[in-house]
Design a binder for this molecule. Structure first.
Ligand SMILES: CC/C=C\C/C=C\C/C=C\C/C=C\C=C\C(=O)SCCNC(=O)CCNC(=O)[C@H](O)C(C)(C)COP(=O)(O)OP(=O)(O)OC[C@H]1O[C@@H](n2cnc3c(N)ncnc32)[C@H](O)[C@@H]1OP(=O)(O)O
Ligand code: NDP
Length: 328
């Protein structure tokens, strides 16, 4: 019994030193040069930009989805947010609506279920009419060595991200086409949709599929008045992402060091970009893929960017060696 208690105490100490939910894991401060890149939180578009418009946001009750909903609502949109946890959605809807004075509706939906998507869209149509803005933001993800992934784990992520986005996009798209009503679609993917990434393979594959879906429909459905754009965010602190991708917090410092702007992104910045892309100010933008990552992608890709570590003295030595080399 004593041994069991000791093992439990040891585990609790380990857990306390590891898990995000514990107060012992400090968030990394931004790097000093991030002062050159201060995030602006206020909505950048004029008041009323979305007045008379309806926006549908999947996963709109938490994280980035919630921030995008808040900004669109602030700019005058009537919003509908949908995901699995109705209580979370309802609380977000009430809080946002309380702040903006505009209606926010909460609708329970598991995007993996095509029949549920159809029912949800029927409900939205009767509630607000077909939306003018559709943001496919809902996602699932976790880090895991691929040799440990079960078939169901693969299916769970790809069903939410790729199939869920396709079900929502096709169900709404077909109705918009039939009604001859234009709309702006936006999908939230990630920078590794382009490069691929180990340890998040189902997410990488599904997000790449979402990008192909959106770029394809931008070509096919433009003449129906439908635009399709994509944002690839870099790291922005949300509970959903960080708890599943860096549960111990140990990778955050390394991540910051490879972001040239020296800080994580903020949800409000992402919300401003999303609002712009879904607004009439961007009516000539379709099929665009916007990387929004503080420069992280190119920093990781550039073969020589490691030379940041070279000191001034080391550069002198290296330069001397290079200059003294004659011929090949
Ligand atoms: C080096 C990196 C440094 C720092 C990174 C930090 C920050 C982030 C930077 C960039 C982020 C870039 C991209 C981000 C993309 C995102 O999508 S983030 C958003 C994440 N949000 C969510 O995931 C929210 C929703 N998620 C969920 O609901 C669950 O996590 C879910 C598992 C996806 C789905 O839940 P559900 O209840 O439907 O599923 P389960 O029944 O629980 O599981 C289904 C099968 O999956 C297996 N599973 C679950 N978890 C794991 C795990 N951790 N490892 C392995 N397998 C797992 C589970 O066992 C089931 O399979 P089965 O047992 O075979 O049945
Ligand atoms: N934060 C970051 O650093 C980055 C995020 N992203 C992307 O940004 C988007 C938002 O992520 P973020 O806000 O960080 O994380 P969250 O976990 O907060 O957001 C994911 C949302 O998806 C919803 N969701 C999950 N599964 C389903 C489902 N089956 N049906 C309907 N809704 C579902 C969740 O709600 P519920 O549980 O109620 O269903 C939740 O609201 C995602 O597309 C993510 O891939 C991309 C790159 C970086």
């Amino acid at each position: 019994m004593a041994a069991l208690v000791l093992r439990w105490k040891t585990f609790k100490t380990f857990a306390a030193s590891c898990f995000h939910s514990s107060s012992t894991v400090a968030q990394q401060p931004p790097l000093p040069h991030s002062r050159f890149f201060p995030p602006l939180e206020a909505a950048m578009l004029p008041d009323g930009t979305f007045r008379g418009r309806v926006a549908f946001i999947t996963g709109g009750g938490t994280g980035l989805g919630r921030a995008m909903t808040a900004t669109l609502s602030h700019l005058g949109a009537e919003c509908v947010i949908a995901s699995r946890k109705l209580e979370v959605l309802q609380q977000a809807a009430d809080e946002i609506s309380g702040q903006t004075g505009n209606k926010v509706h909460a609708v329970q939906l598991d995007v993996r279920d095509p029949q549920a998507v159809t029912r949800c869209v029927e409900h939205i149509e009767s509630l607000t009419g077909l939306p003018d803005v559709i943001i496919n933001n809902a996602a699932g993800n976790f880090v895991c060595p691929s040799e440990n992934l079960s078939a169901n784990a693969w299916k769970s992520i790809t069903d939410i991200v790729l199939n869920g986005t396709a079900f929502v996009t096709l169900e709404l798209g077909k109705r918009l086409v039939r009604s001859q009503k234009g709309a702006a679609f936006l999908a939230i993917t990630t920078i590794y949709a382009e490069s691929g990434s180990g340890f998040v393979v189902p997410s990488a594959a599904a997000k790449a599929g979402v990008e192909a879906l959106y770029k394809s429909l931008a070509g096919e459905w433009g003449h129906y008045g439908l635009r399709f754009n994509i944002i690839q965010p870099g790291p922005i602190r949300t509970k959903g992402a960080f708890s599943r991708l860096d549960p111990t917090g140990q990778f955050e410092a390394g991540m910051l060091s490879r972001i040239p702007t020296g800080r994580l992104g903020q949800a409000s910045e992402m919300a401003n970009l999303a609002s712009y892309l879904c607004s009439d100010y961007a009516s000539w933008m379709s099929g665009a893929v916007i990387r929004f990552d503080g420069g992280e992608y190119v920093m990781m890709a550039g073969e020589f960017n490691e030379l940041h570590k070279v000191t001034a003295d080391q550069w002198k030595v290296m330069e001397k060696m290079i200059r003294s080399t004659k011929g090949s």
